[in-house]
Design a protein around this ligand. Structure first.
Ligand SMILES: NC(=O)c1ccc[n+]([C@@H]2O[C@H](COP(=O)([O-])OP(=O)(O)OC[C@H]3O[C@@H](n4cnc5c(N)ncnc54)[C@H](OP(=O)(O)O)[C@@H]3O)[C@@H](O)[C@H]2O)c1
Length: 309
């Protein structure tokens, strides 16, 4: 798969990321197979969060226990995790961030996290507390790089005023059928359509201007966590015809094309897969670097229901 250079990271980062949110139901052998399939495709980037699993830190723990990595193997991987979600709300206090990282390190059986994200914007955020936590974590070597998830540009700016470290990534919901990040841009001058309403505060261009890498979560889900649009010919007939035809042309599956629609964007967006199937990891990896033509990219965009006047 295609590799990206994220500023400061020693390893090149795969533009396809394996998300581990759904591994609770897998046994150790299945986890090894899933992660093995990812590595075989060149995927070296793994996305966790303290909150993934039935109990806190469960998925991190299952992952590490199943793999039993040596330190040499660990060093070939980029491990990202997140802190800040607590039962019933969010907590970005210094104490919570530090405690959460310690619990993640123990669960992941490692002594460093490559990238720590603040999982969701905390309404009660005190940027100086986040900064104090990041300073402590960086000084101790427990966390090497930092980022956010589900943050708007202004929320990022508010944090940046206090932080010493740069924010490398922002992980947000983005798929062919959930793309306001992209679609408000083409409707900006057409105020008669709700597609022009910018709820994202120009996040896409903000990220490009500031050298922040966007990561697309739920790349196959419909609008909420309500199933997958790939193959759903009843709800998305036109889109699936387009996916099928373009997939045929490139000799990949429609899943690969749904990935390619995101990776083709020049902002170098990473795609965070949630599949627990080694086969779907391979199908998705095939979409890492497909040179979709403008015709193909815009055909998918229109077929997903967006318009560009
Ligand atoms: N930052 C955040 O707030 C946030 C929120 C949610 C998720 N995430 C991250 O993003 C990752 C991906 O999220 P997600 O799991 O919602 O994304 P997803 O990849 O869109 O969805 C995965 C689910 O869809 C199924 N699936 C995928 N492709 C399919 C296909 N072609 N046909 C049928 N079923 C298919 C998978 O089943 P199989 O397992 O059977 O393939 C799995 O249950 C998570 O693991 C997590 O790391 C982040």
């Amino acid at each position: 798969v295609k590799k990206l250079n994220l500023p400061g990271l020693t390893l090149p980062a795969s533009n396809i990321v394996l998300g581990l949110m759904r591994i609770s139901s897998l046994g150790p052998g299945e986890i090894r197979e899933l992660v093995g399939a990812a590595f075989d495709e060149g995927i070296n980037f793994f996305d966790h969060a303290g909150v993934y699993g039935v109990s806190m830190h469960e998925c991190e723990s299952l992952f590490a226990a199943a793999l039993g990595w040596s330190s040499a193997e660990r060093e070939k991987a980029i491990i990202q995790t997140k802190a800040g979600i607590i039962p019933g709300g969010y907590d970005s206090s210094r104490t919570h961030i530090l405690d959460s990282v310690d619990a993640s390190l123990a669960a992941l059986q490692t002594d460093y996290i490559d990238i720590l994200l603040i999982h969701r914007p905390d309404v009660l955020v005190e940027p100086d507390e986040v900064a104090a936590a990041f300073d402590t974590l960086q000084a101790s070597g427990k966390v090497r790089h930092f980022g956010v998830s589900n943050h708007t540009p202004v929320q990022i700016e508010l944090l940046k005023r206090s932080l010493q470290q740069s924010l490398l990534v922002n992980q947000v919901r983005l798929s062919l059928v959930h793309a306001p990040l992209i679609s408000t841009g083409t409707a900006a001058s057409e105020k008669w359509t709700s597609q022009s309403i910018d709820r994202e505060e120009e996040l896409l261009d903000y990220s490009r201007l500031n050298g922040m890498t966007l990561q697309a979560w739920s790349p196959f889900q419909k609008k909420a966590f309500d199933g997958v649009f790939v193959g759903d010919r009843e709800e998305y007939p036109e889109l699936n015809i387009a996916l099928d035809e373009i997939a045929d042309k490139y000799g990949v599956t429609p899943t690969g094309i749904a990935v390619a629609w995101i990776t083709r964007h020049p902002a170098n967006i990473q795609v965070v897969l949630g599949t627990t199937s080694p086969e779907r990891v391979r199908h998705s990896a095939a979409g890492s670097d497909i040179p979709l033509t403008r015709d193909e990219w815009y055909r998918l965009y229109h077929a997903a229901g967006y318009f560009a006047p």
